[in-house]
Design a protein around this ligand. Structure first.
Ligand code: SAH
Length: 356
């Protein structure tokens, strides 16, 4: 049985052409699945009876399952989503006045081991499939709309207006599945999100950035976190493979087609938050259309780092702003339910540690 949720429009078109069907079957199926929430082939009345019967024997739609939901005092929601018997990931919904953002995961755990990240501490099990990535949006949208109807506040168009791939995992080391899922999110026959409303957050896998620019140039956020290589080598170990000079060059090139690149910078007390770091960062980013997102560190059990003081964060921000860099301190959302940046854990069978 082939899970059709794993195929973007191009994949579905080849699937139908190979069956001897017309290519437009792809967009018919997409509308049923992503816009009408219909998974039952029998109800897809614009497909011939023969085709419906044939599909029943060779194809299916298989989604991950919601296990639990937690709601924060600030309205943020976090869902634990079960993928298979041993693995679950987390996704987070962040409602705001002018937009509703869904933060989704791309891997079970993460192999990159950034020293300040809860997901990194878990190790890595596997990549999510395209169905598991786009399935998160499918599930969340259905719940949000059902709630809106129950509360008499239906706003279907903006139920989820933005998607950020900032949950568990490094999306650029699961390139093909993430790109296929993003293409479904952008497809007019599915969710029709503009590429600017999808943000991919990455540590900066340099060769993959070039491919992303060519194949699916969505909004880009790069987890920088340090103003020089020595510091970044410590915090984000993949920096030893893709050091700052190469990363910044790749970002400069990415920004040519996009209006800017966002740089994320976690504020760790006495580690990377000095005024000298701020000045160094200004030099590093000179000439790049950049926005900076300062993320106050979110603690989790058994971690030694501390959050920078608000005073130090403001000082850091002011130096960047005075140098002309648009800088925003990220609001802490959902930390009472461990839904804030870097706190996502889920359940990961850690194969890597087992092998060790
Ligand atoms: N692997 C991708 C996406 C996942 S992390 C990436 O690194 O960008 C999403 C963001 O949360 C990243 O900027 C990450 O560095 C940041 N983050 C991780 N742990 C954090 C923590 N404990 N507190 C605050 N931000 C954290």
């Amino acid at each position: 049985m082939i899970n059709l949720l794993n195929l973007d429009r191009e994949g579905l078109t080849s699937f139908f052409v190979e069956l001897g069907e017309k290519p437009f079957r792809a967009t018919q199926i997409m509308k049923w699945v992503y816009q009408q929430d219909v998974f039952d082939f029998d109800k897809m009345t614009n497909l011939s009876k023969d085709l419906r019967q044939r599909l029943q024997t060779i194809a299916c739609f298989k989604l991950p399952e919601i296990q639990t939901m937690q709601v924060s005092q600030d309205g943020t929601r976090k869902w634990l989503v079960q993928l298979d018997s041993g693995n679950s990931i987390e996704m987070v919904f962040i409602p705001e006045e002018e937009r509703n953002t869904l933060c989704i995961s791309s891997q079970v755990g993460c192999a990159l081991d950034c020293t300040f990240c809860a997901t990194g501490k878990q190790g890595f099990n596997r990549n999510l499939t395209t169905a598991e990535i786009v399935g998160q949006l499918w599930l969340a949208k259905k719940i949000i709309i059902a709630d809106a109807i129950a509360n008499n506040k239906p706003n279907f168009k903006h139920a989820i207006s933005n998607v950020v791939i900032m949950g568990m995992g490094e999306p650029l080391t699961n390139f093909d599945n993430v790109v296929a899922a993003m293409r479904i999110m952008m497809d007019d026959f599915a969710y029709g999100l503009s590429r600017r409303r999808i943000t991919l957050s990455t540590v900066g896998i340099v060769p993959a950035l070039q491919r992303l620019k060519e194949q699916c140039p969505v909004s880009l956020a790069v987890s920088l976190h340090a103003s020089n290589d020595a510091l970044r080598d410590q915090l984000v170990p993949i920096n030893k493979k893709y050091p700052l000079a190469k990363l910044i060059e790749a970002c400069r090139s990415y920004a040519q087609d996009n209006r800017h690149v966002t740089f994320e910078y976690v504020m760790l007390k006495n580690i990377n938050d000095s005024t000298a770091n701020a000045h160094e960062l200004v030099k590093l980013l000179r000439g790049i259309p950049a926005k900076i997102n300062l993320i106050p560190f979110n603690p989790f059990p058994n971690i030694d780092y501390q959050r920078s003081t608000l005073e130090d964060i403001n000082k850091f921000r002011d130096i960047l702003m005075q140098a002309g860099l648009v800088t925003v301190t990220r609001k802490i959302r959902g930390d009472d339910i461990n839904a804030a940046c870097g706190q996502l854990a889920g359940k990961v069978q850690n194969l890597r540690l087992k092998v060790d």
